[in-house]
Design a protein around this ligand. Structure first.
Ligand SMILES: Nc1ncnc2c1ncn2[C@@H]1O[C@H](COP(=O)(O)OP(=O)(O)O)[C@@H](O)[C@H]1O
Ligand SMILES: [Mg+2]
Length: 255
């Protein structure tokens, strides 16, 4: 469904991605873990050309492009197949919830307004916001804003949704509602590439977990294998730090 091969990206003298390969099959949920600064955001941004990688190739469905040599046309085609959910929601503050969901459908996808309105309503209903169609972002909690952002991504019906730490800007009591919406998106069979530190999500939902450090993949595997018997020392050190804060997962895997 989506594969990236040999992605390299350097900022100045800082080599941030050192040849990353990732394959995600249709309907698969892949979680990327890794310490801050390991290149996770840059990788997602390269995949939808918010950032231009120096080397590497991308395949999405039947599209095959080279990151550095992609034409404008190819970049647009890739963007039409992907959607991104950001840490900071990135809603338009001058549009209400339903207009935020409609925006990409109308402007990028050229879907008639009436049809886009119906799709937007349906997607907002699915994330539990049927009473918030006309609310402005400023009137919504962080959790509700992120649910609008997820509805907006799903409405575009992309081949893959890229999530970049979608819950890390939220107050702790709002994390659960966003994770549960993400779980229901996963259950719909939507292909997801998710950067998150939420171990319970990785454990319950991920088909595969990838651990990245210093711009490269250190190891990958089934969540259970990665969490209980990581092969690499760096993975273990990272998990020990994170799991200390996440007793729920730790206890579950204790035996
Ligand atoms: N636009 C940019 N210009 C210069 N350096 C950047 C830019 N974006 C990211 N970096 C650097 O790339 C490295 C990886 O960052 P990032 O991809 O955000 O990591 P992560 O998401 O894993 O925390 C960091 O050292 C960061 O400072
Ligand atoms: Mg990041």
């Amino acid at each position: 469904m989506i594969s990236v091969k040999n992605v390299h990206k350097t900022f100045g003298k800082n080599e941030v991605l050192k040849g990353v390969d990732i394959d995600v099959k249709r309907g698969e949920v892949v979680v990327i873990l890794g310490p801050s600064g390991s290149g996770k955001t840059t990788l997602l941004r390269c995949i939808n050309f918010l950032e231009k990688a120096d080397e590497g190739e991308l395949n999405i469905g039947d599209i095959s492009v080279h990151f550095r040599h992609a034409t404008r046309q190819e970049i647009l085609r890739v963007r039409r197949r992907t959607a991104m959910v950001f840490q900071s929601y990135n809603l338009f503050n001058n549009k209400n919830a339903i207009e935020n969901v409609m925006e990409g459908l109308v402007t990028a996808r050229k879907i008639p307004k009436g049809e886009a309105y119906e799709t937007a309503k349906k997607e907002l209903d699915k994330v539990g916001l049927s009473d918030k169609y006309n609310a402005w972002p400023s009137q919504l909690s962080g959790g509700q804003q992120q649910r609008v952002a997820i509805a907006r991504a799903v409405a575009l019906n992309p081949d893959v949704i890229l999530f970049d730490e979608p819950t890390s800007a939220l107050d702790p009591e709002l994390v659960g509602e966003v994770l549960s919406v993400m779980k229901s998106v996963a259950r719909e069979g939507i292909t997801m590439l998710v950067v998150t530190h939420e171990m319970s999500f990785a454990r319950d939902i991920a088909d595969r977990v990838i651990f990245m450090d210093e711009g490269a993949i250190v190891e990958e595997g089934l969540p259970r294998d990665i969490f209980t018997r990581p092969k690499e020392r760096r993975t273990k050190q990272f998990l020990d730090r994170i799991l200390l804060k996440d007793e729920y997962v730790k206890d579950d895997y204790a035996i």
